[in-house]
Write a protein that binds this ligand. Structure first.
Ligand code: AMP
Length: 212
């Protein structure tokens, strides 16, 4: 079997990051995530594009999409270097989906489905440990260690206004891409409102069946 090429789609807060990390480890494939790649390059000078902002970070903090040129280049390089991958956070609009079509074929497309109210609760309550990158939640999952609790921060784009904006951007730009992938032979819809361990079990069953 060749190494699996898997795409995971879904709105912000659906659990793509968590599930992707588990998938990457279980199937020994690369986790390619534009969100993390961009967070590591928030200050990159993209003023030569002459667009609204001069750095990726300004788009991200506002909950807007970083220009396609920047994101396409990140993904093209990452996929060329990967033998099997789980792609998370890309494509987010039809133009990026066209680019991806030209870069690779996909074996499986997972679509994590979660309702808007649940997404708002998950995202605005999310807190991150700046030292480990671990995610927590003010209601559902706080760390035992008081030292960790005290150093938790909220991502700028998890503030209410940015969250609403990210969900609007998702509905306008990314939903049409998911609609397109419904025609793909490897398309699978996953109920993302289940507990994370159950989501993982469902994904694992689907992947094992489809990847043979
Ligand atoms: P995420 O962690 O996937 O929610 O991504 C965080 C932010 O990074 C998004 O709100 C966008 O500003 C930016 N971003 C991530 N992936 C993309 C993409 N494929 N296209 C444009 N912007 C992106």
């Amino acid at each position: 079997m060749t190494a699996p090429r898997v795409l995971i789609m879904g709105p912000p807060g659906a659990g793509k990051g968590t599930q992707s990390r588990t998938i990457a480890e279980a199937y020994d494939i690369e986790h390619v995530t534009t969100g993390d790649a961009l967070r590591s390059n928030k200050q990159m000078d993209i003023s030569d594009l002459d667009m609204e902002y001069d750095t990726p970070g300004e788009y991200m903090d506002a909950g807007e999409l970083v220009p396609d040129e920047v994101v396409n280049a990140i993904v093209e390089k990452a996929l060329a270097d990967a033998d099997g991958f789980i792609l998370d956070g890309y494509p987010r609009n039809p133009e990026q989906a066209d680019e991806l079509d030209g870069m690779t074929d996909l074996d499986v497309v997972l679509s994590l489905e979660v309702g808007r109210d649940e997404l708002i609760a998950r995202l605005t309550g999310r807190r991150v440990d700046p030292e480990t990158g671990e995610n927590y939640h003010v209601e559902f999952n706080m760390p035992e260690d008081s030292e960790v609790r005290e150093r938790l921060v909220q991502r700028e784009d998890d503030r209410r206004e940015a969250v609403e904006n990210r969900l609007d951007v998702f509905e306008a730009n990314t939903e049409p891409v998911i609609e397109r992938y419904r025609e793909h032979d490897g398309f699978v819809e996953i109920d993302g409102e289940q507990a994370p361990a159950d989501v993982w079990q469902t994904i694992q069953d689907e992947l094992d069946e489809r990847l043979g």
